[in-house]
Design a protein around this ligand. Structure first.
Ligand code: FAD
Length: 296
């Protein structure tokens, strides 16, 4: 099923993101974790693409497995900046052969070692190039893209970032998923600005439950997200107690999701990071909200 069809339902819903294994040795563990998350029957699941593309086959294996065993619609992520056109075309072919209908088209981070290369020789520079490639190879694929409520770290300013986002949407992105954020007001402001800029496709807020103090630094480095005082206080207070931090992190994420639903957002994507217990607790915390919606 296409994600754009899922997003048409005007009732609160939840989806989860998982990541593929890095090695054959960890495949069984990841498969088990992702199946447990799929067994929760979220609206859909997305499977990330290993940075640099080294584990790309696993993305498809996991996405196909979830879809086949649990009937959960899946999105396969795909990056382009470290790849040649030939490789990307092979990947697109493999996606279609795996029966995956939804792709999150990403540029990917530029590896440190390639930062000073002559970029005129690269086949892909931005995600928009991949969106065009995907559209040209199969007009029936449902293509999504990433967006950044707190602007992409490489952007000069938000105006420019939104201008390029519009270009990506005009090229064929049918939905957008946000980078994680910890202050919903940043998301609401961003949504207002992109709607004003003429971007009308569904925007799925991505929520990252921070369940360990060690995750905080990594998440901030990766996303550049603003940490509200309320969140900092929680990490200061509970960071040294893993069980308490996990409970507090899940509660914070739940609170963000409820606020999003209350403000008219119908779909939220949770960066569940291959943690079935976290996904299950968040879903349980929202059970009445999600149940009420089922009865509606
Ligand atoms: P782009 O849309 O290309 O944007 C990157 C930068 O270039 C921005 O500053 C933008 O303003 C600018 N830009 C865009 N178009 C142009 C243009 N035509 N001319 C000049 N400048 C332009 N990484 C992975 O490796 N695997 C994953 O599975 C993965 N999943 C992700 C999922 C989400 C929801 C998000 C938010 C990020 C994900 N990432 C993933 C990280 C992502 O690859 C990085 O954030 C990367 O740096 C940018 O990717 P993008 O697709 O947003 O790039």
């Amino acid at each position: 099923m296409k994600i754009t069809e899922v997003l048409k339902h005007e009732i609160p819903s939840l989806s989860f993101e998982v990541f593929p294994p890095k090695t054959d040795a960890s495949f069984a563990n990841v498969k088990e974790a992702t199946e447990k998350i799929a067994a929760l029957h979220p609206s859909f699941m997305s499977v990330t693409y290993g940075a640099g593309g080294g584990t790309s086959q696993y993305t498809l294996d996991i996405a196909k497995n979830i879809k086949t065993l649990y009937g959960v619609p899946t999105i396969a992520h795909l990056t382009c900046v470290s790849s040649t056109r030939e490789t990307v075309k092979d990947k697109i072919r493999a996606i279609r052969e795996a029966g995956i209908q939804n792709v999150l088209a990403l540029r990917g981070d530029i590896p440190e070692a390639r930062l000073h290369e002559d970029r005129s020789l690269w086949d892909y520079h931005h995600a928009v190039d991949l969106v065009r490639e995907l559209k040209a190879s199969d007009a029936d694929l449902c293509i999504g893209g990433a967006c950044y409520p707190e602007i992409h770290p490489e952007s000069f300013n938000q105006k420019e970032d939104i201008r390029y986002l519009k270009e990506k949407v005009d090229a064929g992105c049918e939905f957008l998923t946000t980078q994680m954020f910890f202050d919903n007001n940043l998301f609401y402001n961003f949504l207002y600005k992109i709607r004003e800029a003429g971007i009308t496709v569904p925007v799925i807020p991505g929520i990252m439950p921070i369940t360990g103090a060690n995750q905080v630094e990594r998440a901030i480095k990766l996303s550049g997200s603003f940490m509200p005082q309320r969140f900092k206080a929680l990490v200061d207070k509970f960071g040294s107690n893993p069980a308490a931090m996990k409970q507090a992190g899940i509660a914070y994420a739940t609170d963000q999701i409820i606020d999003l639903y209350a403000n008219g957002i119908t779909h939220v994507h949770v960066y569940s990071m291959n943690k079935p217990d976290v996904a299950e607790k968040i879903q349980a915390n929202l059970s009445d909200i999600l149940d009420i919606s089922c009865d509606a």
